[in-house]
Design a protein around this ligand. Structure first.
Ligand SMILES: NC(=O)c1ccc[n+]([C@@H]2O[C@H](COP(=O)([O-])OP(=O)(O)OC[C@H]3O[C@@H](n4cnc5c(N)ncnc54)[C@H](O)[C@@H]3O)[C@@H](O)[C@H]2O)c1
Length: 378
């Protein structure tokens, strides 16, 4: 290698080093969830928020003012922000329908990305995002903060310990008696998907992460919008524009012969579609449902097994979370990965399968038949 090339390389490495200096952060989309991001960034000394963008005029400015952040540059969209700023990383907090274009644009500008969940709307978008990630060499982490909850880690620890034996059936999901959101969550043009993208992706992540994210093979499903689009149960203006699902029930075959039985609901005539259960050949795990998905568990978990000829039930106490809340850990783990050149804390290689299940639920519902999950090569 010539000296000139070596110098250029060394200079680039120096420029890219983020340890010991403030990381330059942009926030794209300054709606509801952006509040959770900025609050955590403001707790961190190694961060400087330098730019914000929102499609709605004046929204980013009001957001910065609310949090007393000064010296920020404001932009009318993600593109102008990324073209005009030298950033280390962005939080993408836009609605689902713009996740893919904002993420791909950021990666193409050489910026690390912390993207809100769900990863995208379709499998094809998720694949394009992963291609951009691969090409850029930057970190793309998907904002599943429940991953950082000690109880969620315990679910994985129990399954991975082997105490349940070989897993063959999982029932998961969640729901509310009434809980259809409004704003940008209920239209295809902004959300793309309904309850599945809002809360269903969390239930899927809880169990798929525990079993090591096997590839989904086939999906058959029922979806409906009986509450969201009904003015009897939703306010008439929202019911008129509601065009996503408020309920989905799916039967998914996973690699390794595991069956995943998944139900998610924003509203129904019952309070919950039931606990999460994981059945293995040596034991079973019950994870109590929460009233509404809140990223944790509804009470102590139970392991059911046989011991010396006796049927035993072992209660696992609810674990305490220490060292900051899950949103803090989600942001911190992303920044630490940037500093250490580490791997993405919530990697796309896993969340791709979460997204593919959701997307194939939509596709299966459209034709009313079981379909094979197809994922293009990255
Ligand atoms: N992790 C969590 O706990 C959690 C909680 C709520 C929402 N979310 C996720 O966060 C995302 C946003 O939800 P929200 O409630 O904040 O929605 P929101 O509608 O309140 O805010 C989204 C904002 O993004 C802006 N926007 C959209 N496209 C843009 C673009 N190209 N450039 C700049 N700005 C753009 C919109 O104008 C809007 O102000 C969703 O994907 C949702 O699933 C995550």
């Amino acid at each position: 290698m010539s000296d000139a090339v070596l110098n250029q390389f060394t200079q680039r490495v120096e420029e890219e080093k983020t340890v010991g200096r403030k990381k330059r952060i942009g926030i794209i989309g300054t709606g509801g969830i952006a509040h959770a991001h900025i609050k955590r960034y403001l707790m961190m000394e190694d961060v400087q928020i330098v730019a914000m963008a929102d499609l709605i005029p004046g929204k980013a400015e009001a957001f910065a003012e609310k949090f007393g952040v000064e010296g920020v540059h404001f932009y009318p969209d993600h593109k102008s922000l990324l073209e005009n700023e030298q950033l280390d990383a962005v939080s993408i907090c836009t609605y689902n329908a713009t996740h893919a274009e904002c993420t791909i644009c950021a990666l193409e500008h050489g910026v690390h990305v912390l993207l809100e969940k769900p990863m995208s709307v379709t499998t094809e978008e998720a694949v394009e995002m992963m291609r951009a990630e691969k090409k850029s060499g930057k970190i793309l982490s998907i904002g599943f903060q429940p991953r950082f909850d000690e109880n969620m880690k315990m679910v994985k620890q129990i399954v991975q310990s082997g105490v349940l034996g070989e897993i063959y059936y999982i029932q998961t999901g969640g729901g509310r008696r009434r809980g259809v959101p409004n704003k940008t969550f209920i239209e295809k043009k902004t959300a793309g998907i309904g309850a599945m993208g809002d809360i269903g992706c969390y239930s899927l992540d809880m169990v798929l992460n525990a079993i090591g994210y096997p590839k989904p093979l086939t999906v058959t499903v029922y979806t409906s919008d009986s509450f969201g689009s009904n003015p009897k149960y939703n306010n008439p203006a929202d019911a008129a524009r509601f065009d996503v699902e408020d309920f989905a029930a799916a039967f998914i075959r996973l690699e390794g012969g595991i069956i995943l039985d998944f139900r998610i609901s924003w509203a129904m005539h019952i309070d919950s579609p039931g606990d999460t259960i994981i059945l293995g050949k040596e034991g079973a795990l019950r994870i109590p449902a929460t009233d509404c998905w809140n990223g944790s568990i509804g009470g102590p978990m139970t392991i059911y097994s046989d011991m010396a000829g006796n049927r035993v039930e072992t209660k696992i106490p609810v674990c305490e979370n220490k060292g900051g809340d899950v949103f803090y850990k989600k942001v911190r783990s992303f920044l630490d990965a940037i500093d250490n050149g580490g791997k993405s804390p919530v990697p796309t290689s896993e969340i791709l399968y979460n997204q593919a299940i959701i997307d194939h639920i939509v596709k299966s519902a459209a034709i009313g038949k079981e379909i094979t999950v197809e994922i293009p090569e990255i």
